[in-house]
Design a protein around this ligand. Structure first.
Ligand code: PGA
Length: 234
């Protein structure tokens, strides 16, 4: 029966996620653990480069990342959209502009993530694609540090929309409506192709693929009911 099957899904689930995934994965863990209370999740949080190393060394059951590795033999499943957005402090002069040209945005100073960050890689690839140079200000080692830098007026930046829920709700950070943005990326759950997944790992993988959208919609509804303002992506 379903109950017996659920009861047999227990034990440790070792996960690693890129830093930018920590902003939405807790809702998924919560829902999964309600269904499988005997699973014990151990989470490692680090940037893209470290995740690639962990994958190569087979350190986790599964990893969540923003771009499939190019030089490893892996199986990956895309399970959610990941919009990359341009953020600025609330008092920035471009906040109410529509369709801001890229050439205009390049006059601004950009705060960037550290080398090894997937967010940084995606941002660099985008601006290389349009063949225009960025004015890079400070390099800051995390999305949290970037957001605090943006709030303090050190510059503007590009981050996953998922990292900004709280700051957009309070209005302290605004998204800029820049031509070409949001850049649509995706979240992937990944493991080495030769890896034999445990029953718990297979169950979690299946849960992410089939349930993520519902769970996150439900979580967002709960936040709105609790009085949180969910800002729209321009
Ligand atoms: P990161 O996130 O910037 O923390 O490495 C990876 C990604 O979004 O691809």
């Amino acid at each position: 029966s379903l109950n017996e099957l659920q009861g047999s899904i227990k034990g440790r689930l070792k996960l690693a996620v890129v830093t930018t995934a920590t902003y939405f994965t807790p809702h998924l863990f919560n829902r999964f653990l309600r269904q499988y209370p005997e699973v014990n999740i151990r989470l490692n949080v680090t940037n893209r480069n470290s995740i690639l190393e962990r994958l190569a060394n087979n350190e986790d059951d599964l990893v969540i990342m923003g771009q499939v590795p190019e030089h490893l033999n892996v199986q990956s499943h895309q399970f959610l959209e990941n919009p990359l957005v341009v953020l600025a402090p609330a008092n920035h002069p471009l906040v109410n502009e529509k369709n801001i040209p890229i050439s205009r945005i390049l006059q601004e100073t950009f705060l960037v993530r550290e080398l090894g960050s997937g967010t940084r890689l995606a941002m660099e690839r985008y601006f290389e694609g349009v063949e225009l140079g960025l004015k890079v200000g400070m390099e800051l080692g995390s999305s949290e540090a970037i957001k605090q830098g943006v709030i303090a007026g050190l510059g503007i930046s590009v981050l996953s929309r998922h990292t900004l829920t709280l700051e957009l709700a309070t209005g302290i950070i605004k998204l800029l409506d820049v031509e070409g943005f949001p850049q649509m990326r995706y979240w992937y759950i990944v493991h080495l192709s030769e890896k034999k997944l445990s029953l718990v790992a297979r169950t979690f993988l299946d849960f992410l693929i089939t349930r993520t959208r519902d769970v996150l919609t439900e979580a967002e509804k709960t936040l709105i009911e609790a009085g949180m303002h969910i800002a729209e992506t321009p």
